[in-house]
Ligand binder design. Structure first.
Ligand SMILES: [Zn+2]
Length: 432
């Protein structure tokens, strides 16, 4: 979770903001918070042919209603073959959308997304594994709905946000054993072994890997031949951009092994999205050569009418702005929200990275029960007989619910998967 400054600091910043907000309010008084325009570009240089992308700008929350449109952008970096990457590209979106309850308004829909993303990732992983094919993939999945951006990710294909103020922020967390201590501890606690490759003579080489399997990542989709503690549960972050818009760079590790987030963002500033994506790939190749599949999607969120766009803030505010990636709770007043938007501040609406399914699916009084009185599995969405569903919280020491009979519910298959991911039943190589 993002750490915030002390209460005093926040008060101070809020206090500091007022004059600037007042300055801009004249221009913003008549502002229409119309939907921003979305422009994107995509570039790739292939070496192994295991990077895949999904770019779709014509999705609709309510089918047939173009005013409910949203866009999806995703990068899948496959390993040990390309089957998992292709399968995820073709199925992940549908699995996510089918986990969102029907008939929600826009705000509710956005709030339901984080949980639906978890369900969709786990369902895709489970389905792919059931096909008995080896290979795995990273998945960095970005949903753009108006000014709200929701990012879900497993693996190390990063998504960074470049805002007008010049602050470059990661919207994802790298699930790499080498750098991510928390994930190393989780994998070890769930029965995996973490270590480097030993070569003849006993010396160790390369990055930290997880055994069995030897994967450098701690989360992925697929990978049936490694331990189940390599989980498909995504880190999810949801932010609301200011009405100055912003740019997202979504790319595979071919980019990030060569360029830092900052350098990648700086290398393409001022270029339209199509050229920007090509520029980032070019810059990565110039730095490191073509060592790996190298893929980049650049997505620009552009204010609908540039005349209401606030002017670039005075120089002295730039540094200060970089610190103001602040967390605003859902019940915060819309007035505050507008003020933050006016000074180019990104609101953080949601962030959760836990690998525990029970924590991610939350507590539920009613959902899981459809209108016809049937229960459905919170992960794979299959119908359950009332006696069949097992609460996601049943028998869990991590339970946050005092009522283990409450939903959400899982089918026995998904319950088995949950236990395996938490190291509660033997995992590893499965017999096909
Ligand atoms: Zn299920």
């Amino acid at each position: 979770m993002t750490r915030m400054g002390s209460r005093e600091e926040r008060h101070k910043h809020q206090h500091d903001l007022v004059p600037l907000a007042a300055l801009l309010s004249r221009e913003l008084r008549n502002e229409k918070m119309e939907k921003p325009a979305v422009r994107y570009g995509c570039a790739t240089q292939s070496r192994k042919g295991e990077d895949y992308v999904l770019t779709k700008t014509d999705c609709q929350r309510v089918l047939g209603n173009p005013s409910t449109s949203f866009s999806v952008f995703a990068v899948f970096d496959g390993h040990n073959g390309n089957a998992a990457a292709i399968f995820s590209r073709d199925n992940l979106l549908n699995h996510i959308l089918s986990a969102i309850p029907r008939g929600l308004g826009r705000e509710e829909w956005l709030q339901a997304l984080p949980r639906a993303l978890v369900a969709g990732f786990v369902k895709t992983d489970k389905e792919f594994q059931s096909r008995g094919q080896t290979s795995g993939t990273t998945a960095t999945f970005v949903i753009v709905d108006g000014w709200t951006v929701t990012v879900a990710s497993v693996g190390d294909s990063r998504c960074v946000l470049d805002t007008q103020g010049g602050a470059v922020t990661a919207l994802t967390v790298d699930h790499r054993l080498e750098e991510n201590v928390e994930e190393r501890e989780r994998v070890t606690a769930s029965g995996g072994e973490v270590g480097r490759l030993s070569i003849f003579g006993g010396s160790e080489i390369g990055p930290l890997r997880c055994w069995p399997g030897g994967l450098c990542l701690s989360r992925s989709i697929g990978d049936m031949d490694v331990g189940e503690f390599i989980v498909p549960i995504p880190h999810v972050k949801q932010v609301k951009l200011s009405n100055a818009g912003g740019r997202m760079i979504i790319a595979s590790d071919g980019i990030w092994d060569a360029l830092s987030s900052e350098v990648a963002a700086k290398s393409c500033r001022g270029l339209p999205a199509e050229l920007a994506a090509r520029q980032v790939v070019k810059e990565a190749l110039r730095t490191r050569g073509l060592k790996d599949d190298t893929t980049c999607i650049v997505v620009d969120i552009i204010p609908p009418d540039n005349t209401v766009q606030p002017p670039a803030p005075p120089k002295k505010y730039n540094k200060f702005q970089a610190f103001l990636f602040r967390k605003i709770f859902r019940d915060s007043s819309s007035r505050l929200s507008k003020k933050l938007s006016a000074v180019g501040i990104v609101e953080e609406l949601f962030e959760e990275g836990s690998a525990m399914l029970a924590e991610r699916l939350g507590n539920d009084d009613s959902s899981g029960q459809t209108t016809v009185g049937l229960f459905i599995c919170a992960v794979c969405q299959t119908d359950l007989a009332p006696s069949e569903g097992i609460s996601v919280h049943a028998g869990s020491i991590f339970s946050t619910s005092s009522k283990p009979w409450q939903g959400p519910f899982l089918c026995s298959d998904c319950r088995n998967k949950k236990d395996a991911m938490e190291g509660k039943r033997p995992s590893g190589v499965k017999v096909v």
